[in-house]
Design a protein around this ligand. Structure first.
Ligand code: CNA
Length: 246
């Protein structure tokens, strides 16, 4: 790690008035949850169909048994626990430095680490509901069953409260995330390929305010389309870099 750079960023972060974190699946690889596009990601696994289809609203509607089989095998990780990157963000919030965590993750590990203001752009595997009557279902309604999970009240299909490919993001969460990023004077990005839109497009919102002096720091193993706009790009693990920023 470049200690001089880390020291500079640590000071800048500590002096910031509205620091915001934006992250993705790379935040949780050190917790044992594979990402999509990283070197050991699910997209490199040989499935006969792409994850974009298997995790889409079309697959859920046309082939629910196949959807739930893939979802249970790949998206549910009840044994996963937060790693040092999650804990570092929780500590930054506790110190009053970090104002919000905007995440594309659906694993709930930020909250488990103690982060309070977490904006989940893609929902959470911790919540389920009935597609027919809308009733909320138990947290383990999908993990503890097999085949197509059914609503105890009306017999409808239970689905996860996650944003599938082909679906809109929750408007209230997206707006709140946009407002946080527009106000940010330090935007820390970690563990995201920044290729999934509209989530990644939020980084551009910050770009509009750059004249106002917002620092953009990207911590990611692989290149991202936003690297050229960043004040610093660090190609090391978030699990090592984020704790070093405390
Ligand atoms: P992605 O497209 O899979 O990109 C992840 C990025 O993280 C890659 O560029 C990796 O190089 C990088 N990376 C992996 N591990 C580390 C690490 N330890 N330190 C630094 N960089 C690392 O994932 P995105 O989040 O960008 O894409 C958005 C998708 C992935 C969202 O829809 C998520 O819901 C979805 N997803 C979420 C989870 C989860 O909740 N943990 C897991 C898998 C996929």
């Amino acid at each position: 790690m470049n200690e001089t750079l880390i020291r500079t960023l640590r000071e800048k972060l500590a002096q910031s008035e509205h620091a915001v974190f934006f992250g993705g699946a790379g935040m949780s690889t050190a917790s044992g949850i594979p990402d999509f596009r990283g070197s050991a990601g699910l997209y490199t696994e040989s499935e006969e169909e792409s994850p974009e289809y298997l995790l889409s609203d079309s697959c859920l509607l046309r082939e629910p048994a196949r959807f739930f089989d893939y979802y249970r095998r790949n998206m549910l990780h009840p044994e996963a626990r937060p790693n040092p990157a999650h804990y570092a963000l929780a500590e930054l919030e506790k110190r009053g430095i970090l104002k919000a965590v905007v995440t594309q993750n659906i694993d709930g590990l930020h909250q488990m680490a103690g982060s309070r203001r977490v904006l989940e752009l893609h929902g959470s595997t911790a919540r389920n509901y009935c597609m027919k009557c809308g009733s909320p279902a138990e947290r383990d309604a999908i993990s503890s069953t097999s085949g197509i999970p059914r609503c105890e009240t009306c017999g409808g299909t239970i689905r996860p409260d996650v944003v599938l490919y082909g679906e809109f993001l929750p408007a209230d969460v997206f707006t709140a995330a946009r407002e946080e990023i527009e106000q940010a004077d330090f935007l820390l990005v970690g563990g995201s390929s920044l290729t999934v839109n509209p989530a990644a497009s939020l980084i551009t919102r910050m770009g509009r305010r750059r004249g106002g002096g917002c620092s953009l720091v990207i911590v990611n193993f692989d290149e991202t389309p936003y690297d050229e706009y960043a004040d610093a790009v660090i190609r090391e693990s978030v699990a090592e870099v984020l704790p070093a920023l405390l």
